[in-house]
Design a protein around this ligand. Structure first.
Ligand code: AMP
Length: 555
């Protein structure tokens, strides 16, 4: 199609241009919501509270302090920290002064952490005291790091010469905050996060100020995370992985109060904060909610203010959605990736859905949802042909948009396929645009000519009352190529014999899926291998069952 626009002499709009700067988010929060609280459970053991205005001032002091340490714009500064106010100050102080805030996942193996630090060439690392033992083990392997800074009150700073450890609070005490946030190119790198690297070396995703600001706008929308100034938001999803789904940015633009849970993520500790701080919404991966729900059930508790939860990172089992709904908490199922900053889709009902039956509405909300404005998506078949949006055809999910990766950090190989990013997920999209992940492409079970979704099996099994957590993997099969095996961790209270339980679980599938896709067997283990981001660690689970053979192979 040819355009009538005169490219030599276009009529330009006459509106102000301001680069989209991350610092402007916190300045807005200071100006419009200066008294709104940020509450943190600290590693010191107490509850810390201050305001957006306090946070903005201390972020300026961070900017001054890192400049005094000799760190220059463009350089990477690492953080190994829980969700807390100091981490938030670093998000803004580092990015806002033109450096790159590199969040590091402490749950990775030490070799992976030092690999990541070396790959990023971090110049300084800010860390919580919890991670001192990691720092002591890796500092010799990380020659690029010139400063190790512990985020703790000065009187609690551990003595250490190797490495020499600076105190965050002392650094800030030396500054007066007389610092003006600079403006620069909005495409400048702002933050860096490495993928979990469960199937190879972790890869760095380098976000920009522009991509982050656009993601922030879109993620706060009503059909996305739906955050408002009346909300009190507790991000359980960690700030050390994909920017806690952007919540450290979307709360300040909306003026919502933030409650940071720190290191205590067990059911009892989360419940205590939800209640004591009047939390209205929270966000996290399903495994973290399992702990909270088990605690609520065992103690027969209720929520008084908590009413919406964002669940993503892996599929939200329908049973979990029902359990939350019964407690008055509305679930928004969201899908995303490190490579997408991370939000891609969120599930919500359209006006035309409201007249549907409750069962139909549930099915819509169990999907991963519609793409947020700014993200386009499509599914393709093995030949690269786009598949119809009929809710049945499934294929590889591809995305593009303002906050989607174009290249991994320090890699020359483009991950893109004709301008689209292949997510590695297999999905369907229905006529209303609702996307549903059926599997990771490498987790699909190829049985005969059919594909069986491991996610569907896990979702059904999760509703079985005696199952705490489960995973489905494919096992090689002489006749069918692959068949599904269900691996189960029982709830602690279960006393039934394994054989009986196995029979009950297998018959629980009857009528819920075609006979040929029901698992061939169920095995019980004590602990489920999880990744550093709390997802089923399928690679490790497959390793555990390497060589496994079904007792009676399906004929
Ligand atoms: P990460 O980059 O570590 O955040 O992992 C991204 C991957 O997590 C996606 O490609 C999906 O496979 C998976 N994922 C994220 N959200 C969901 C969800 N709601 N349902 C199913 N899988 C999800």
């Amino acid at each position: 199609m040819t355009s009538n626009i005169d490219s030599q002499n276009p009529l330009m709009g006459q509106m102000m241009y301001q680069p989209l700067m991350i610092s402007s988010i916190l300045v807005h929060a200071k100006n419009q919501h200066g008294n709104t609280e940020i509450v943190s459970r600290r590693t010191e053991g107490d509850i810390h509270r201050y305001t957006y205005a306090d946070c903005e001032l201390r972020a300026r002091k961070v900017a001054q302090a890192i400049s005094k340490l000799g760190l220059k714009p463009g350089e990477r500064v690492g953080t190994i920290a829980w969700n807390g106010y100091r981490h938030l100050e670093l998000y803004y102080g580092i990015s806002g002064s033109g450096l790159v805030c590199h969040t590091i996942n402490p749950r990775l193996f030490e070799e992976q952490i030092s690999y990541i630090i070396n790959h990023a060439q971090d110049r300084a690392i800010f860390f919580d005291i919890t991670f001192l033992s990691i720092v002591r083990k890796i500092y010799n392997e990380c020659p690029s790091v010139k400063h190790w800074i512990c985020m703790i009150d000065a009187d609690k700073l551990p003595e250490s010469n190797s490495p020499k450890i600076l105190c965050y609070e002392n650094l800030l005490d030396e500054e007066n905050g007389n610092f003006e946030w600079p403006n620069f190119d909005e495409n400048t790198a702002s933050a860096l996060c490495y993928t979990s690297g469960t199937t190879g070396k972790p890869k760095g995703v380098l976000y920009s100020h522009r991509s982050t600001l656009l993601h922030t706008y879109a993620s706060a929308l009503p059909d996305s995370l739906n955050i408002a100034s009346v909300d009190t938001v507790m991000p359980v999803v960690p700030m050390f992985h994909v920017n806690a789904w952007g919540i450290p940015y979307s709360c300040p633009i909306t003026g919502a109060k933030i409650v940071f849970p720190g290191e205590k993520l067990d059911g009892a500790s989360l419940y205590e904060l939800l209640e004591s701080e009047g939390v209205t919404m929270s966000a996290g991966v399903p495994t973290v909610w399992l702990g909270l729900l088990e605690y609520i059930r065992s103690q027969k508790l209720k929520f008084t203010t908590f009413n919406k939860a964002i669940v993503g990172g892996s599929v939200c089992p329908p049973a979990m959605m029902n359990d939350f709904n019964a407690l008055g908490v509305k679930i928004t199922h969201a899908w995303g990736m490190t490579e997408l900053s991370p939000l891609g889709t969120a599930a919500s009902l359209k006006a035309s859905d409201l007249k549907k039956s409750e069962a139909q509405k549930k099915l819509i909300l169990q999907k991963q949802g519609r793409s947020i404005y700014g993200i386009e998506m499509k599914i393709i078949d093995a030949n690269g042909e786009t598949l119809p949006r009929d809710g049945k055809s499934y294929g590889d999910l591809l995305v593009k948009g303002h906050w989607v990766i174009s290249n991994y950090y320090r890699s020359d190989l483009s991950p893109l396929d004709k301008g689209w990013f292949p997510t590695g997920d297999v999905a369907t999209i229905d006529q209303d645009g609702n996307m549903q992940i059926t599997d990771r492409s490498k987790d699909v079970i190829k049985s005969g000519g059919e594909w069986i979704s491991s996610i569907e099996i896990e979702s059904i099994a999760s509703a079985f009352p005696d199952i705490s957590i489960c995973a489905c993997i494919s096992i090689p099969h002489p006749k069918w190529g692959e068949r599904p095996l269900l691996i189960v961790v029982k709830k602690l209270s279960v006393t039934k014999k394994d054989d009986l339980l196995k029979k009950e679980i297998l018959s629980f599938f009857d009528g819920k899926m075609p006979k040929w896709s029901i698992p061939d067997d169920v095995v019980f283990i004590d602990q489920m291998p999880l990744t550093a981001t709390g997802k089923l660690y399928k690679m490790k689970i497959r390793e555990l069952f390497n060589g496994y053979q079904f007792k009676s192979n399906h004929s």
